[in-house]
Design a protein around this ligand. Structure first.
Ligand SMILES: *Cc1c(COP(=O)(O)O)cnc(C)c1O
Length: 378
């Protein structure tokens, strides 16, 4: 057996700003005595994100889930929202918690994103929107989805929680659809401890979103529409600002790790990386998912997960189970048999990838996977 790691290797490890930079920033916040409720660091953070995304409108919030809920609310959606079962539960939680009904449609095999043709087939008179997820940072087929939406008078919302820094033909991913949600959770490609943001082009949404994130309170203390507490703190904004200086280097490092996995695993039958990005697409390499085909690999996904765990490598079955199979969501309508999503959920395994994972360790993980598959095949 390949020698197990002495200390556990997890699927991800949060990137951190330096403690010196952090304490200098904290000194500024302490000095301001302005801790939350749209303070100066938050304003700076929003402005820097808007410049980076090349968009006039970015609203940061306490986390991505609340951002998504408020985005769905602000668009005044009704009835059914067609979405993917191959995502993190938060995407579908947000739909349900906004009083909308998720309807599941299947995904495409290349990048496990929502299939525009399946979406079109799922539309009913009650459908008001498409919620598509740029899963693992691979963009959905945005042009095809938006053509379906335009033909049928639907809104398009993207869950871009995985997609910070992704561009399509040079256009930042937050430009597409009516709204995009980014998550700045500690384990995401870019983070602010916890946090999230919405990007959009409609200028009138800004005041609506700021009000909804502040309990729905109007200037005179009245509430016209129920809101919530979605406010980002100054400490979160500080961490976000510091991480913005590092995100390009982190993405470069992740790209190098992803290319080792791709090169090494190409030689292994039944351990398949996702298709390379389409021409013109720049991804962030924040995740390293593989699909395990048991007929070719000689082992199934759960077997590989267990064998790696015995060697102190903690991968993740991400996303398993499919959201459509979860207890809270099983009763919801699926527009088709969801074969692609169910197969992906049964086969997917996210391998470790984070900026301070050494090349040697990535090779060692690949050695382990190779040895595990060979032994099963023998
Ligand atoms: C992390 C994640 C979210 C939720 O974001 P939070 O900031 O953790 O609330 C939503 N959708 C997807 C696909 C995610 O991975």
């Amino acid at each position: 057996m390949t020698k197990p790691f002495d200390t556990p290797i997890f699927v991800t490890r949060p990137n951190l700003p330096s403690l010196d930079e952090l304490s200098a920033g904290l000194a500024e916040i302490w000095n301001n005595r302005w801790l939350t409720n749209r303070g100066p660091l938050l304003e700076r953070f929003e402005a820097r994100l808007a410049a980076l995304f090349d968009l006039p409108h970015v609203s940061v919030m306490t986390n991505g889930t609340v951002a998504l809920e408020l985005g769905l609310q602000a668009l005044k959606l009704t009835g059914e929202v067609i979405t993917t079962p191959f995502t993190f539960a938060a995407s579908v939680n947000a739909v349900v918690r906004t009083g909308l009904t998720p309807v599941f449609a299947d995904i495409e095999p290349d990048h496990l994103t929502l299939d525009p043709a399946r979406v079109e087939a799922a539309i009913t008179p009650r459908t008001s929107a498409i919620l598509a997820v740029h899963v693992f940072g691979h963009p959905c087929r945005v042009a095809a989805l938006e053509a379906v939406a335009a033909r049928n008078g639907l809104s398009v919302v993207y869950d871009a929680a995985h997609a910070f820094g992704v561009t399509v033909d040079g256009v930042p991913i937050g430009h597409f659809g009516d709204l995009s949600m980014f998550s700045f959770h500690a384990t995401k490609p870019f983070h602010a401890l916890e946090g999230g943001a919405l990007t959009y082009r409609r200028a009138d949404l800004r005041a609506v979103l700021e009000r909804l994130a502040n309990h729905g309170l109007g200037a005179d203390g009245d509430v016209l529409e129920a809101g919530t507490n979605g406010k980002m703190t100054e400490v979160q904004a500080l961490v976000g600002l510091l991480m913005l200086d590092r995100v390009a280097a982190i993405m470069e490092r992740n790209k190098a790790i992803a290319s080792i996995y791709r090169a090494r695993l190409a030689a292994l039958p039944g351990i398949d990386c996702l298709a390379p990005p389409a021409a013109g697409v720049k991804v962030n390499h924040a995740y390293a998912p593989v699909l395990v085909n048991p007929a070719l690999a000689g082992i199934d996904r759960d077997g590989l997960y267990d064998a790696l765990r015995q060697r102190n490598v903690f991968t993740r079955k991400y996303f398993y189970p499919a959201v459509s199979a979860m207890t809270a969501f099983r009763h919801l309508r699926a527009a088709d048999p969801l074969e692609g999503a169910n197969q992906a959920a049964a086969r997917v395994l996210a391998l470790p990838i984070y900026a301070d994972l050494d090349d040697d360790d990535v090779h060692r993980i690949c050695d382990m996977i190779t040895a595990i598959c060979r032994r099963q095949a023998a």
